[in-house]
Design a protein around this ligand. Structure first.
Ligand code: KIV
Length: 291
């Protein structure tokens, strides 16, 4: 939409040559429009988590398109066994650390457990993460019941990344971190929810631990970009937790993760290898995906 408005209003001076390209200059900031152009052009893009300035700067320079300040920080930084203890203040602090140094990538702040339980709370917390934190979008877990929140955020100019499939904030209800959407009814519901998120104004859709076939179906059905983690190679983009990519997370390594540090020997090369493998379609392979 902004593009159409821009095209309609912008009449280039006949003496000036305007060069347009689907791939932005290496230094120009990644925006929601950039991500939509990637999807339209069939160009894969990348997301990686970061929680501090040093890693954020490195992965920004390595060409990662989106940096997610995920509530996974509760597990990989704080040492909890779930993401439930993470608060808005925690995400705010780490978003500030990241946003201060990032030049090109889009910084997305995760909305932690209960921080978007109703519309006024969601608007207040997202405002803090954007104004004080420097985030340029927020991500939130949940299905149909979060639609009013997505709608309100989108109406106020806050880009939203919806998060379907495995939702770790529901761990106390679901009991274990397992693949979602395998049963026919669950798959149908997820497809409906994906459409509903798009209609509510979500700008992208993250899908965690779902069968690769379902992720492909959803990716083809919606016009917003999809970002997969344990969701197969057909998604428009991939995301990993940085510490899984480096092989330094404590506890069990998830099936969908790949240790790029062991194959490259240094952190910058590891992140660049991840970017290259996602863009070429080499990652994720079948061994990182679910049926
Ligand atoms: O919190 C997080 O890091 C996430 C990713 C696993 C997608 O939600």
């Amino acid at each position: 939409m902004p593009d159409q408005i821009g095209t309609a209003l912008f009449k280039p001076c006949p003496h000036i040559t305007v060069i347009m390209s689907a791939t932005p200059k290496a230094s120009s900031k990644v925006t929601v429009t950039t991500l939509h152009k990637f999807k339209q052009a069939g160009e894969k893009f990348t997301m990686l988590t970061a929680y501090d300035a040093s890693f954020a700067g490195l992965i920004d320079r390595a060409g990662v398109d989106i940096i997610l300040v995920g509530d996974s920080l509760g597990m990989v930084v704080q040492g909890h066994d779930t993401t439930i203890p993470v608060t808005v203040d925690h995400i705010l602090y780490h978003t500030q650390c990241v946003a201060r140094v990032v030049d090109r990538a889009m910084v997305i702040a995760d909305m932690p457990f209960m921080s978007f339980a109703d519309v006024p709370r969601a608007l207040d917390n997202a405002t803090r993460l954007m104004q004080a934190g420097g985030a340029r979008a927020v991500k939130l877990e949940g299905g149909g019941h979060v639609i009013p929140v997505v709608e309100a955020l989108a109406k106020h100019g806050i880009p939203v990344c919806a998060h379907l499939g495995l939702q770790p904030q529901y761990i106390n209800k679901i009991g274990s971190y397992r693949v979602q959407g395998r049963e026919r009814d669950a798959a149908r519901l997820m497809l409906e929810e994906a459409h509903a998120m798009q209609n509510a104004g979500a700008d992208m859709l993250l899908m965690e631990c779902i069968p690769a076939g379902l992720a492909k179906q959803i990716t083809e059905a919606v016009s917003i970009p999809t970002i997969g983690i344990g969701a197969g190679a057909a998604c428009d983009a991939q995301v990993l937790v940085l510490y899984d990519l480096l092989g330094i997370s404590h506890g069990r390594i998830p099936k969908f993760a790949k240790n790029y540090l062991s194959q490259t020997g240094n952190i910058e090369a590891a992140v660049k290898a991840y970017v290259a493998e996602v863009k070429s379609g080499q990652f994720p392979a079948a061994e990182h995906s679910f049926e």
